[in-house]
Design a protein around this ligand. Sequence first.
Ligand code: SF4
Ligand code: SF4
Ligand code: FES
Length: 345
Amino acid sequence: MTHLVEIARPKRTVELTIDGQTVRVPEGTTILDACKTLGTNIPTLCYLETLHPVNVCRVCVVEVQNARVLVPACSRTVEPDMVVSTDSERVRHSRKMVLEFLASSVDLSTTPDVDGWLASYDCKPERYGPPAPDEAAGERDALPTGHHAPPNAEYAATVGQPVKVDNDLYVRDYGKCILCYKCVEGCGTDYQNTFAIAVAGRGFDARISTEFAVELPKSACVYCGNCIAVCPTGALMFKSEFDRREAGTWDESKQTQVSTICPYCGVGCTLELHVQDNEIVRVTSPLDHDITRGNLCIKGRFGWRFVQNRGPRPMGGGNGQAGGSAPRGGEAGGAGGNGAGDGHG
Ligand code: SF4
Ligand code: SF4
Ligand code: FES
């Protein structure tokens, strides 16, 4: 039997100018990736190489000569003879505004790199006024679509609200959510196809929500944690990390990463165990792994507590409910199957 092997056609290259430097890249390359070949760093928040671009944060915008508007570098592809400016006054002004709006309304305290960006774009989020007090639990979730209260001029509007802690595996702190859509994409068509979360509401009332804002254990969530893996701000966080941060014992400088293979099934996903004080504190998977693309299922992501369970365990599997029932109060510790989606696109 003859097997036909399709050989990818070589791509044509495109020549363009970025900040006065000529660069030649394969057609279809984004401006962001073309910039990387020159060592030019562009800030990004909603972009991730494993997800479809949604272009919502606009922090990556650059100026293209003769274009009416600034363009998102993360998704706009290069064109022949394009002339791109990544640091013009217009670009810097736009990034400053975007970052100021975010910093005045969202808790960015666990967003990597953002402090440096705020400084380099001379952002002054405090000029919008003191942050409004947090809303009561559930208040933002109950906002009716289409009804907007007039803003309170005394305060900068915020998305502040109590952290949602409704299971043992991960917490949702939507006071840190910049609405980048990454979790929705990861839970939806990009990877998990579970559709447990989506954007509800409109305008400033928009928020990430489960169906009818039910608690996570009552939602369609299968606890793959793929949303945590892509969240750029720490709004979605392992409970183990959250607890350590609350106790003041989270210290990334003390953490080591160990690569291993998930022992639960034959897919053999690569796991990166983040270890602090001889305890696994979270588990990730490399984005550039061609099997996982950073994704895992509940067992690989959360089923590691048995490794450090020091007490004796009853024969017969303890509660026998590792996996699906764990988020409802048990421990994702045993090797029980749970029918959860496997998280691989
Ligand atoms: S843990 Fe998985 S299923 Fe649950 S909301 Fe996140 S991506 Fe969706
Ligand atoms: S929870 Fe995280 S990933 Fe989801 S929209 Fe908010 S910031 Fe983005
Ligand atoms: S990173 Fe490009 S629009 Fe968000």
